[in-house]
Design a protein around this ligand. Structure first.
Ligand code: ADP
Ligand code: MG
Length: 361
């Protein structure tokens, strides 16, 4: 059986441009939808949920067609297997947390008490059930809103900047929960954000929207290493590596994270041996040396080969160098003068010195 897909083909006019999207997304994955304010992200989610009816669309999720204008077909929002959470939690203030959950649950085509119990446990909200939403913190409200969205066991979960209004601690608590929701409930998730950190942490697939048009739609690592547009997430060009903890250094509180062709020492965040995680390297934190640095304070050096040298269109003095480390690609941002002085050429071997590594666990 071929893997299930979400097919979105929408063409609808907005105030100053048209939303024109035609993509096929893998199902049961986290797709992050990234884009500047006003690029059409919320409108796209509203079209998927049926809250806004696009002028012309074909929308299919698994084997269900939600809109097909050629057939004059439009499934109303309440008949779509969908969960939606927006930036501001939209709990009913006059209902308790439990009643809020039951409200969502009753809409389910096959309400099951086991599902409700599973949701309460997965979101760890047993203690909050009798509380009124007004007495909850912002983070707790969003936790309940997420739980309510999952009570119907939707095929598709749409989250529109659900953490944007929260403090950093609440964000850190909810992010792992959002990540595990997709797996636990075998749901597909489209997650709108303009945080590169959230993109790096959550995405399996990254979709970038710009003035109503998709600029990129690809598996995250592929999207970030695309030499046509390293600036896909903004000026802070970055690379992601998928790693595994292979060693611990308790004396200095460090972890060794290995990937196919190298390893990086990072601060021990409590990950266990063999655990997998991602790291994010900012291009500006990766510098180059033609010989192996031996007396540098920088702990992480990787043998690489220069794959590409690009001018930075936004800053004349800067260049972006793409480096091949085994099968992986990383970006380094250095000055044009360094490129000239070192006479850097594509194909040449070079040592990448990584000044800083952000762990995405
Ligand atoms: P984002 O969520 O990426 O910030 P929005 O989807 O909210 O962007 O808005 C994209 C653009 O579409 C904005 O210019 C907005 O004014 C316009 N817009 C939003 N809703 C509608 C609508 N129902 N009809 C026409 N234009 C709209
Ligand atoms: Mg929006």
């Amino acid at each position: 059986m071929s893997p299930s897909l979400i097919h979105i083909d929408i063409d609808t006019p907005l105030e100053s441009f048209s939303l024109r999207v035609n993509v096929e997304l893998p199902a049961q994955q986290i797709v992050t939808l990234f884009g500047h304010s006003g690029s059409g992200k919320t409108t796209l989610l509203r079209c998927l949920s049926g809250l806004t009816r696009p002028k012309r669309a074909f929308i299919r999720v698994d084997d269900e067609i939600w809109q097909d204008d050629r057939q004059g077909h439009f499934t109303p929002p309440w008949m779509r297997s969908i969960g939606v959470v927006f930036q501001e939690a939209s709990l009913f203030a006059h209902l308790s947390v439990m009643e809020n959950l039951q409200f969502g649950f009753k809409r389910s085509p096959n309400p099951s008490a086991t599902q409700l119990q599973h949701v309460i446990e997965a979101f760890d909200i047993g203690e909050l059930l009798h509380r009124s939403p007004q007495t909850l913190s912002g983070g707790q409200k969003q936790r309940v809103a997420l739980a309510r969205a999952m009570t119907t066991n939707p095929k598709l979960l749409l989250l529109d900047e659900p953490l944007a209004a929260l403090d950093p601690v609440a964000k850190e608590n909810l992010l792992p929960l959002i990540k595990s929701t997709c797996k636990d409930f075998r749901t597909s998730l489209i997650y709108v954000t303009h945080s590169p950190h959230e993109v790096a942490y959550l995405s399996q697939t990254l979709m970038v929207l710009n003035n109503g048009v998709i600029n990129a739609c690809a598996p995250l690592l592929e999207a970030l290493s695309n030499s046509q547009n390293p600036w896909i997430l903004g000026d802070d060009v970055a690379s992601i590596l998928e790693c595994e903890v292979t060693q611990k250094d308790p004396q200095f509180g460090l972890l060794l994270l290995s990937f196919t062709a190298g390893a990086l020492w990072v601060k021990d965040s409590g990950l266990a041996l063999n655990e997998r995680t991602r790291v994010r390297l900012l291009a500006k934190d990766v510098s180059l040396s033609l010989s192996q640095p031996k007396d540098s304070s920088i702990q992480n050096t990787l043998p690489t080969q220069i794959a590409l040298i690009l001018d930075d269109p936004k800053e004349r003095s800067q260049a972006l160098v793409q480096l091949k480390v085994g099968e992986s690609l990383i970006w380094s941002r250095i000055t044009q003068r360094a490129v000239k002085q070192l006479n850097l050429q594509v194909g040449q071997s070079a040592w990448a010195q990584v000044k800083s590594v952000a762990l995405m666990d």
